[in-house]
Design a protein around this ligand. Structure first.
Ligand code: ATP
Ligand code: MG
Length: 363
C-alpha cells in the first residue's frame, strides 16, 4: 500500500508574496486525490514543497515518519525515492532520448544491471503508450507524448506516492480519457497514493477518491469527492462549471463591485457564453479496466468515509449513502436499519445521520 502523507499548517511565500497559508490535509494511503485551483494559486509550488524542492516558511509534510520540511539532506534524498513526480512541463532532459530519460532515475538511484533497466524502461514506455519511440529526443515528439514520457519516468522506481502536475494539459479529450483510465489502472495495480493537479473538470469528477481546491491563498476544502462535487461554495460552482461569473477573475479574484456588475449584466439578459447546466453532482467513479485487480483503496476509503460521515455536509452524506451497494448497507448497518425500504431507495440521510454512531460506524 502507498504511504500516507500528512500535511499540517504548511505556509509558503516568496519574499513578501504570500502563496498559501496553513494548508492542512492528509492524503490517505493508496487513494487518488485531485487538487483544483485557478492558475497561479500555487498548485505547482505545493507539489514542489511536498518533495522538498521548495522550502515552506512553516508547517510539516510527514511521510513515513519523516518531515520533509525539516529533515536532513540525506533523509530527504532517501524519502524522495518514495515519490514519482510528473512535473508540469515534463522536465525531460532535452539532449537524452526517451529511453535514457526514463532510465535516468534507475541509473541514479539503483544498482540494477542494464538488462534489468531495459526491461523496466520498455515496460513503462509500453504502459504509457510510447513503445517504439524510445530513441526519439523530447524535441522530436508531441507535447502529449512528452507528458506520457514524464509519467513513464515517474513510475520506474515503483513509487509509493505519485504526484502529477497537470498530466492532461496539452492532451486531446480522447487521450485525456485514456490517461484518466491509466491513472486508475495504475492505482489498482500498485496501490500507490496519487495526487493529481489538474484543471480538467471531467478528470476531477470521475477519477479521484478525494478532491480539494486552493483559492485565495488558502485550501478552500479537501475531503471525499462527494463533498466538493455537491458544494455550494461560489468558487467551486464557478470552477467546476467553467463560468466567468463568480469570484475568480482573469488575473486574480474579483472584488464585490465587479461581482455586482456581472450579476447586473446577467440580470439584463447579457450572455457570457457559459452554459446554465450545472456540472456539479456526484457522477460514477472510473473503475479499473476489466481483468485488472480491484482497487484496494475502494474498501479502505468506504470504511474511512463512513466513519466520518456525520461530519460531512448533508448533500455529501446523501450522495455517499445513495452510492452504497446492498452489501455495503449490510456492512455499515445502513440497509439493516433502513430495513423498511429496498436498497435502491435508501432511507433519507437525516434518518441515518441521527442514528447512534455505533450502529453504522463499523470497521
Ligand atoms: N521559484 C519561484 N520564485 C518566486 N515565485 C515563484 C516561484 N515559483 C512560483 N512562483 C510564484 O508562485 C505563484 C504560484 O505559482 P504556481 O506555478 O504554483 O501556480 P499554479 O497554481 O501551478 O498555476 P498554473 O495552474 O498556471 O500551473 C505564482 O505567482 C508564481 O509566480
Ligand atoms: Mg502549475
Amino acid at each position: 500500500m502507498g504511504a500516507e502523507v500528512v500535511i499540517e499548517g504548511l505556509t509558503k511565500s516568496f519574499g513578501n508574496q504570500a502563496i498559501w497559508r496553513d494548508v492542512t490535509l492528509t492524503l490517505p494511503p493508496g487513494e487518488v486525490s485531485v487538487m483544483l485551483g485557478p492558475s497561479g494559486t500555487g498548485k505547482s509550488v505545493f507539489l514542489k514543497s511536498m518533495i522538498g524542492l521548495l522550502k515552506p516558511d512553516r508547517g510539516r509534510c510527514v511521510v513515513n515518519g519523516v518531515d520533509i520540511v525539516t529533515c536532513s539532506e540525506s533523509k530527504l534524498y532517501e524519502t524522495r525515492k518514495l515519490f514519482g513526480v510528473l512535473f508540469q512541463d515534463g522536465a525531460l532532459f532535452g539532449s537524452m532520448n526517451l529511453f535514457d530519460n526514463v532510465a535516468f532515475p534507475l541509473r541514479e538511484h539503483t544498482r540494477k544491471s542494464e538488462a534489468e533497466i531495459k526491461r523496466i524502461v520498455l515496460e513503462k514506455l509500453e504502459l504509457t503508450g510510447l513503445q517504439g519511440a524510445e530513441r526519439k529526443l523530447p524535441g522530436e515528439i508531441s507535447g502529449g507524448m512528452r507528458k506520457r514520457a514524464g509519467l513513464a519516468r515517474a513510475l520506474v522506481l515503483d513509487p509509493e506516492i505519485i504526484l502529477c502536475d497537470e498530466p492532461d494539459s496539452g492532451l486531446d479529450p480522447v487521450r485525456t480519457a485514456y490517461l484518466s483510465q491509466l491513472l486508475i489502472d495504475l492505482n489498482a495495480q500498485i496501490d500507490a497514493t496519487i495526487l493529481i493537479v489538474t484543471h480538467n473538470i471531467n478528470l476531477a469528477r470521475t477519477v479521484p477518491d478525494n478532491l480539494g481546491m486552493l483559492f485565495r491563498r488558502e485550501l478552500v476544502m479537501f475531503g471525499p469527492r462527494e463533498v466538493l462535487l455537491t458544494s455550494d461554495e461560489p468558487v467551486v460552482a464557478q470552477f467546476v462549471n467553467g463560468r466567468r461569473r463568480g469570484p475568480i477573475g482573469m488575473s486574480e479574484e474579483k472584488d464585490a463591485a465587479q461581482m455586482a456588475q456581472e450579476e447586473a449584466h446577467a440580470a439584463s439578459g447579457h450572455s457570457d457564453g457559459s452554459s446554465e447546466d450545472d456540472l456539479r453532482g456526484i457522477v460514477p467513479q472510473l473503475e479499473p479496466t476489466p481483468g485488472l485487480p480491484e482497487r484496494a483503496a475502494v474498501r479502505r476509503r468506504k470504511d474511512r468515509v463512513m466513519s466520518i460521515l456525520r461530519s460531512l455536509p448533508p448533500a455529501a452524506q446523501e450522495g455517499i449513502i445513495d452510492s452504497l451497494t446492498a452489501e455495503d448497507r449490510a456492512r455499515y448497518g445502513v440497509g439493516v436499519l433502513a430495513g423498511v425500504r429496498p436498497s435502491p431507495h435508501p432511507r433519507g440521510v437525516d434518518e441515518v445521520a441521527t442514528l447512534p454512531k455505533s450502529t453504522w460506524d463499523r470497521p
